[in-house]
Design a protein around this ligand. Sequence first.
Ligand code: AMP
Ligand code: MG
Length: 336
Amino acid sequence: MKKWMIIFLAFCLILCGCSVPAEAQTRTIFAMDTVMDLTVYTDNEELLSEAFSKINELEKKLSVTVNGSEIHTVNTTGSCVLSDDASDLLTAALELCASTGGALDISIYPVVSAWGFTTGEYRIPDKAELETLLENVDYSAIVLEEGVVSVPEGMQIDLGSVAKGFTGDVISTFLKENGVTSALLNLGGNVQAVGSKPDGTPWRVAVQHPIDEDYLGVLSISDEAAITSGGYERYFIGEDGNTYWHIIDPATGVPVDSGLISVTIVGESGLVCDGLSTALFVMGLEKAAQYWRSAAEEFEAILVTDEGNIYITEGLREKFTLSESSEDAVLTVITR
Ligand code: AMP
Ligand code: MG
């Protein structure tokens, strides 16, 4: 471009009071056992490094497997003084355990371990073993008072069902506080949108199909999280030929067989979406629809059944479009 053109363009921008839009900065890391991509529209490259430091700090506090994390300390000693982050997350997680009637139960960890989901050494525990382990599964016995958590002997906490959603909330708040109005955080398939795209239109986010290679559809979201729980994310096929996945029914100690194979939750709070994606997966279609109708929290959901039928709550009518390969699926809108 000629020099006079650049001067002319700069002059025009000054005259109309416009600023040159920030560039997209993108970065990928592996944290919390998953690949995370951040796309942030900002001129400040430091923000991405700071965001990743925050994610690493959160992992050190919240991971059930990191020696010395706050959760590891509770699980090995019975109590721990919590940081504000861990305390906020635990408080909200316990509220979700209660509101979902225990479909979400963050004390499920010993059962998750017994199936081998924490190590990859998969096995099928027998009924007697599960019954013994379930004696220590009861979120309501977790005591959190003035930032100190304590659990009865034998009980262990796992925040795997809510930690990534919470992390999305923390990072999006951090970015907003630093002037970012447009960003897309993909924390291992858990998506958090900060504002809209720089041109003002919503972010378009693909929802993974629980069985097919292709995606299920596209969600349009602004300033919201879209979080999916799927059986396909972590599973093994047992010697008996059955598929066992990592979401456990706290009532039985067995990988849940609710008729749902994938649940996506859309809403303002990543933490709530993450907790509810796990909980509604456990509930199954009818109870999930009932929960959505009466819940105190505002959210929308996409539920996929093991027969390949797709259900969306009515708030997603204009926000969700099926992919071409899923267009023949039966799509039902759940109304109030
Ligand atoms: P998500 O991918 O968010 O659905 O979380 C699944 C993870 O949460 C599993 O890998 C387990 O560590 C843990 N988990 C499994 N079942 C439950 C449950 N019913 N309530 C709470 N956490 C669970
Ligand atoms: Mg979850």
